[in-house]
Design a binder for this molecule. Structure first.
Ligand code: APR
Length: 312
């Protein structure tokens, strides 16, 4: 385990699941912070009670005071309200923008050298806002949505093909929402592209279930949104950022000309390491894939413009 300090803002479903994964898998100590008094302390204590059962060394702690988060290497922002049934991620925009703007200023004030991972929805717009409010270089601000969407795509691919999950490599880029862009041609089972394994209409169905994967969970739960897969996806991103060697993960990063897109945060494969976003190499995409990615970027740019004209 590296000697690192990770703060998770928001000790709700996603934040707590991420924290539990990070400590139980011996990845890092975690400080949970929330506006709700007692909630982060109680969840952290409960996690510590599991130490002797699962035999892990890292510590989870809880606080309501940003002073306790000072000097964090990574700050994860999950604070906000989750999507309710029938609510789109975009409807969360105005409530969550106030919360994210506020917590980013406080968290970065306490940890000016941190890398920020935004998780609050609508993800792409909140990541852009977090970058603007933080004053940090773009290389140290990213959003988590692509690891989750790609994991959902991988699950549905495994189900449709009967493959073991470990044989599946899946990639989803673009917006974290209805405009997301699953890439069947670049997703594989034991190295073979999905497009060669399933007829086109079955590929379309797998893509459709992926795009509505989050909404399907929301409609079943009735209160709140998904948290197990989002929580472990956050932990995977934190682990990649703390590792000595860099690795490539889909991350919501600021694009500066890649894929013909500039000035928005959107998910693409990025090289991540201890410095944050180390590089954003361009995938060779076909014209239809590129078109879908640019449409995704346009939908994000529209939401950013809407938020800015609302004066937030
Ligand atoms: N500062 C700190 N914590 C806050 C603040 C704030 N200003 N406002 C709200 N919170 C906390 C709440 O008290 C709550 O504990 O954020 C937590 C959110 O947890 P949940 O309601 O359980 O929501 P969760 O399911 O974890 O989702 C969080 O992640 O995936 C996204 O769409 C999801 O935007 C949502 C976020």
């Amino acid at each position: 385990m590296s000697h690192s300090k990770v703060t998770i803002v928001g000790a709700g479903q996603v934040g707590a699941t991420a924290a539990f994964t990070l400590v139980t898998r011996n990845i890092t100590d975690v400080t949970l912070i929330d506006v709700a008094e007692g909630l982060p302390q109680g969840k952290a204590l409960d996690m510590m009670h599991a130490r002797s059962v699962l035999r892990f060394e890292p510590r989870a702690s809880g606080t309501n005071d940003y002073a306790d988060t000072a000097g964090s290497d990574i700050v994860v922002v999950t604070a906000g309200i989750p999507r309710k049934p029938g609510m789109t991620r975009d409807e969360l925009l105005s409530i969550n923008s106030r919360i994210v703007g506020d917590v980013v200023a406080r968290a970065v004030g306490a940890s000016p050298d941190a890398i920020l991972i935004c998780v609050t929805n609508p993800l792409d717009v909140m990541t852009d806002l977090a970058w603007k409010r933080s004053g940090l270089p773009a290389s140290r601000v990213m959003g988590m949505g692509g690891v989750l969407d790609s994991a959902r795509f991988a699950y549905f691919i495994a189900e449709a093909t009967g493959a073991a999950i470990g044989e599946v490599e899946a990639l989803v880029v673009g917006a974290h929402g209805d405009a997301m862009v699953p890439l069947p041609r670049l997703s594989t089972v034991a190295g073979r592209p999905l497009t060669e394994l399933l007829p086109a209409e079955e590929v379309d169905e797998v893509v459709r279930r992926t795009v509505f994967g989050g909404a399907e969970v929301v409609s079943l739960l009735k209160t709140g949104s998904a948290f197990y897969a989002p929580g472990v996806s956050v932990a995977a991103m934190v682990e990649a950022l703390l590792a000595e060697e860099s690795s490539v993960l889909p991350a919501c990063v600021r694009l500066e000309g890649q894929y013909g897109v500039s000035g928005v945060h959107m998910t693409v494969p990025a090289v991540l390491g201890r410095a944050g976003v180390i590089a954003v190499p361009e995938l060779p995409l076909e014209p239809t894939e590129l078109e879908a990615l640019r449409a995704s970027a346009a939908s994000i740019a529209e939401q950013i413009a809407a938020l800015e004209s609302a004066g937030d």
